[in-house]
Ligand binder design. Structure first.
Ligand code: DQA
Length: 147
């Protein structure tokens, strides 16, 4: 069984994009460290700039039956995509919402997430470590343990 680490719009630009907010690591760096930190787990890493592609990916991995859950950084889609929210509701696998930055300490519009209510939980503000914590949260859900 695998974990999907799913990234949305603009996260392909990590390392170049507003490094004072998002850090100097590229998405490849973050993904590599994640795989190294959990060598016993199997990961799929996927990033897209397109809302529909993100939805299709969720449905595809749900239908495959091979995934225990999703660590999702939806980028700006977090704040307005009802289509993404409905897609997360439509799948049975748990989705953990993660953000590199603390979205509650930034602009007003980032304080609203339309997907949080249908995600298993939210991790925000720990940089690349947000993804690590997201994986640990998924494992906790899967093992039905308290973290
Ligand atoms: C982000 C926060 C979002 O508000 C923003 O649109 C992003 C990145 C984060 O990881 O901190 O693209 O999801």
């Amino acid at each position: 069984m695998s974990i999907l680490v799913l990234n949305g719009p603009n996260l392909s630009r990590l390392g170049k994009r507003e490094p004072e907010v998002y850090g100097w690591q590229t998405l490849d760096d973050i993904n590599r460290e994640l795989a190294e930190s959990f060598p016993h787990l199997s990961f799929e890493f996927f990033q897209t700039e397109h809302e529909g592609t993100l939805l299709e990916k969720l449905f595809h991995i749900e239908d495959s039956g091979n995934f225990i859950g999703v660590v999702l950084n939806a980028g700006a889609l977090t704040h307005y995509s009802i289509a993404l929210r409905d897609a997360i509701s439509a799948v049975t696998i748990p989705v953990v919402e993660v953000h590199l930055s603390n979205v509650y300490a930034r602009e007003e519009f980032r304080r609203k997430s339309v997907i949080s209510e249908v995600c298993a939980g939210v991790i925000s503000g720990f940089g690349a470590n947000s993804y690590h914590l997201g994986v640990r949260a998924l494992l906790g859900i899967t093992r039905n343990e308290q973290l």
